[in-house]
Design a protein around this ligand. Sequence first.
Ligand SMILES: *[C@@H]1O[C@H](CO)[C@@H](O)[C@H](O)[C@H]1NC(C)=O
Ligand SMILES: [Cu+2]
Length: 241
Amino acid sequence: MKNILVACSLLAGASAHTIFTQLWVNGVAQGHTKGIRVPTYDGPITDVTSNDVICNGGPNPLRTPLPKDIINIKAGDKLTAEWHHTLDSAGTNDNADPIDKGHLGPIMVYLARVDDALTTKVAGLKWFKIYEDGMDSKGQWAVTKLYNNKGKVDFTLPSCVQSGQYLLRAELIALHAASNYPGAQLYMECAQINVTSGGSATPPTVSFPGAYKGSDPGIKFQLYWPTPTSYVIPGPTVFKC
Ligand SMILES: *[C@@H]1O[C@H](CO)[C@@H](O)[C@H](O)[C@H]1NC(C)=O
Ligand SMILES: [Cu+2]
């Protein structure tokens, strides 16, 4: 019975994906898709070795022309990433907005320094993680909090990060089909930002692709049975000032 229910929920949720569509700075919305490289389709990336895990693309071509806006942020500002089922589902009665409730998993945010936030070259960038949320001790997932908060996730731009331009990569991983690899559904978009009033931090970095492996316990993961009691978020530890 349990297996039948799981199979049905997989079918029902198969296309209820998600897109990071708006960045807020200190509670101020910056505009729907403004400064964010959004895809034309809301599908997942499942190959963690592909360049498509950097800022999406591949099976979900990026909308062109790429945005020309760069969002100004002061180091230490409170940011909010807002996700929606599709580019058009915000404010509709789509019950799979911001995402299908069954797409449980973690949410992470990374930064990579760039000379120009409008750069089209994303291969080879060096990333550090500034936020993560997985599953808490009561079994509540980051995605459930996001769903209950209408797609919004709050985090802080670390106050010691150097001033300059960055790509901000916000990522959600849905684990409902992750018991084998490939199966985990990675959803990520990159926002173009300009950090001011920064410090002098030199965080350790990782590469995309490279930061995740198909065998990582947070990528190949059994979500349903036995009921998980812990979850190891993939990638590096969160950088703290
Ligand atoms: C970044 O912010 C600084 C300080 O306000 C400004 O001088 C610079 O023009 C900005 N760069 C971009 C690309 O917006
Ligand atoms: Cu999906």
